[in-house]
Write a protein that binds this ligand. Structure first.
Ligand code: BES
Ligand code: MN
Ligand code: ZN
Length: 485
C-alpha cells in the first residue's frame, strides 16, 4: 500500500474517496482550523448523529463543501481517557468502515491531542497494512478490493517519516506471520518455510540465510529434535537467518521459533476435534519470519539472528514412542513420556544451537501448551524468563505495542516435576502447571544465556473466525526498536 504524509494545511480541500477525521468528544466543543470542515462537523454534531464516543464511526456519503467525496468521522471518546489502546480500537473500527464502503483511498486528519503525532502515524500505518490483509492462497474466490492509497495529514518531517516506515514494516511483518500461519499444513511444510526464508535472504545483503538438513542435524547431535520428525516423510529443517545491521562486535538478539507445521501429537495422538488447528503450531516460526522481514526492511542498526526449528509431528512405524530416551545436543538425555510434548524437544536443540551466536538475549516463541490457553486465554502471551529485568523489558514492549504478555513463574520448586528414572529429564511434568513445567524444561537448556520464553498457544490464532493473528510480531518489533535506540 502507498502511504504518504502531507501537511494538513486545508483538509477540506484534500481530494480523496474519504476525508477521515479522528475526534474526541471534547474536540466537538471547539472549532478546528478549517471553516468548511468545522461547519459540517458542527451540523452533524448538533443533529445528534455523532458524539465522538470511542470507536463510533459516522459516514457522510455526499458533501459538496469538501473536495473529498465522503466525510468519515471517527470517535476517540473523552480526551482525558484517550490512550494508545483507545486509539487502536477506534482506528480498527475506522479501517472496518473503510473496508465496508470499499474505499480505494483515504486521507486521515490526525487528532490534536495528548497522543503524539509519531505514535498516531506509526499505529495508523501499521493498522492500514494489517486491515488490508486477506487470506486467498487456497481459495478460488477473488480477493475483495483493497485500500490502495492512504494520505496521513501531518508534516513530512523526519521523525514522522520514520514512524510511518516503522508502522508500515511492522504491519507487513505481522501479515507475513499471519499468512504463513494460515497456510494449510500441506502447503506450509518445513521445506516451504526454508524456501521462504531463502527468498527473504535474497532481498538484502544484510541477511544471510542457511538451512540445516537432517544429516547436518544428526552430525550436530540434535537427537531430541530428530526424534520429533522420525514419524513423518516430510524432511525437517533448521533455518538460520543472520541479520547484520550493527557492528561486527555487537552481540545479536536471537529469536527461536517453534515451527511444527502440523502437530498430530505423534504416537500420543491428539483427539480429532479441532486437530486442524494444529497447522498453526508453526506460528512461533511465522512470527520469527515476520519479525526478520520487518527488521530487514527497516535496516535496523543491530544484529538479529532468527532460528526456526521446523518439523512435522506424525505417527508411523518409525515414530518415537512413549518411553523412548533420546539424547539432546546439550548432552542431556530426555525420556519422551508423551510424543505430543514435541515443541520443547525441537526447541531445546535449537536453543543449544543458539549459544554459538553468543547472544545478548535469546527469546523463543512457541505455541507450546494448551495449559497456557487455560491460564491466560487469548489475550496475553505467557512470558517466562531467567532474568526479571529482561522480562520487564519485554512486558513493557508488549504494553506499548498493544501485544501484551504476562509474566509466569519459573521457580525451582516446579523443576522436580520433570524428574525421570530413565533419563536426565522427562519431557512432561504431569497435570499441574503444564505451561510452567514446559518452560522449566526449556530453562534446563538456556542456563548460559539471558533468555525468555513466550508461550503463544492462546494468542497466535483465533478459532472464530479462524485465523492467525500475527502475534507476537508487534511485541518483538517494539523490543528490537528499543534495542536499536
Ligand atoms: N502444540 C501443542 C500445544 C497447543 C495445544 C497449543 C492446543 C494450542 C492449542 C503442543 O505441542 C502440545 O500438544 N502440548 C501438550 C503438552 C502435554 C502433552 C504435556 C498439551 O498442551 O496438551
Ligand atoms: Mn504437541
Ligand atoms: Zn505442538
Amino acid at each position: 500500500m502507498q502511504i504518504s504524509l502531507k501537511a494538513p494545511t486545508s483538509p477540506s480541500r484534500q481530494k480523496s474517496a474519504a476525508l477521515v477525521v479522528l475526534l474526541t468528544s471534547d474536540d466537538l466543543k471547539k472549532p478546528c482550523g478549517d471553516d468548511a470542515l468545522n461547519e459540517l462537523i458542527n451540523r452533524i454534531h448538533k443533529r445528534g448523529d455523532f458524539e465522538g464516543k470511542a470507536s463510533q464511526t459516522f459516514l457522510l456519503p455526499l458533501c459538496d463543501t469538501l473536495s473529498a467525496e465522503r466525510l468519515l468521522l471517527v470517535g476517540l471518546g473523552e480526551a482525558k481517557l484517550l490512550d494508545e489502546k483507545v486509539f487502536d480500537k477506534a482506528t480498527t473500527a475506522m479501517f472496518k468502515a473503510i473496508r465496508q464502503y470499499k474505499l480505494g483511498d483515504a486521507a486521515i486528519l490526525l487528532n490534536q491531542s495528548t497522543l503524539s503525532e509519531e505514535s498516531q502515524i506509526r499505529r495508523l500505518a501499521c493498522g492500514a497494512e494489517t486491515s488490508n490483509y486477506q487470506y486467498t492462497a487456497s481459495l478460488s474466490k477473488k480477493p475483495d478490493p483493497k485500500l490502495k492509497k492512504l494520505v496521513l495529514l501531518a508534516s513530512a518531517n523526519s521523525a514522522n517519516r520514520k514512524a510511518m516506515a516503522q508502522g508500515q514494516s511492522i504491519g507487513r511483518g505481522i501479515n507475513v506471520a499471519r499468512e504463513l500461519g494460515n497456510l494449510p499444513g500441506n502447503y506450509c511444510t518445513p521445506t516451504f518455510l526454508a524456501k521462504e526464508a531463502k527468498a527473504l535472504g535474497r532481498k538484502s545483503d544484510k541477511l544471510k540465510v542457511s538451512v540445516l538438513d537432517e544429516k547436518k542435524m544428526r552430525e550436530l547431535g540434535m537427537g531430541s529434535f530428530l526424534s520429533v520428525t522420525a514419524g513423518t516423510d516430510e524432511p525437517a529443517k533448521m533455518i538460520v537467518m543472520e541479520y547484520h545491521g550493527g557492528k561486527k562486535s555487537d552481540k545479536p538478539r536471537v529469536l527461536v521459533g517453534k515451527g511444527i507445521t502440523f502437530d498430530s501429537g505423534g504416537i500420543s495422538i491428539k483427539p480429532g476435534a479441532k486437530m486442524d488447528e494444529m497447522k498453526f503450531d508453526m506460528c512461533g516460526a511465522a512470527s520469527v519470519m515476520g519479525t526478520m522481514t520487518a527488521v530487514t526492511e527497516l535496516e535496523l542498526p543491530i544484529n538479529v539472528v532468527g532460528i526456526i526449528a521446523a518439523a512435522e509431528n506424525l505417527p508411523s512405524g518409525r515414530a518415537t514412542k512413549p518411553g523412548d530416551v533420546v539424547t539432546s545436543m546439550s548432552g542431556q538425555t530426555i525420556e519422551v513420556l508423551n510424543t505430543d510434548a514435541e515443541g520443547r524437544l525441537v526447541l531445546c536443540d535449537a536453543l543449544t544451537y543458539a549459544e554459538r551466536f553468543k547472544p545478548a538475549t535469546v527469546i523463543d516463541i512457541a505455541t507450546l501448551t494448551g495449559a497456557c490457553v487455560v491460564a491466560l486465554g487469548k489475550h496475553a502471551t505467557g512470558l517466562y524468563s531467567n532474568s526479571d529485568d529482561f522480562a520487564r523489558q519485554l512486558i513493557d514492549a508488549g504494553e506499548r505495542s498493544g501485544d501484551r504478555a504476562w509474566q509466569m513463574p519459573l521457580w525451582d520448586e516446579y523443576q522436580n516435576q520433570l524428574d525421570s528414572n530413565f533419563a536426565d529429564i522427562a519431557n512432561i511434568g504431569g497435570p499441574e502447571a503444564g505451561s510452567v513445567t514446559a518452560a522449566c524444561f526449556l530453562a534446563r537448556f538456556t542456563k548460559n544465556m539471558t533468555w525468555a520464553h513466550l508461550d503463544i498457544a492462546g494468542t497466535a490464532w483465533l478459532s472464530a473466525p479462524k485465523g492467525a493473528t500475527g502475534r507476537p510480531v508487534g511485541l518483538l518489533m517494539q523490543y528490537l526498536l528499543d534495542c536499536a535506540n
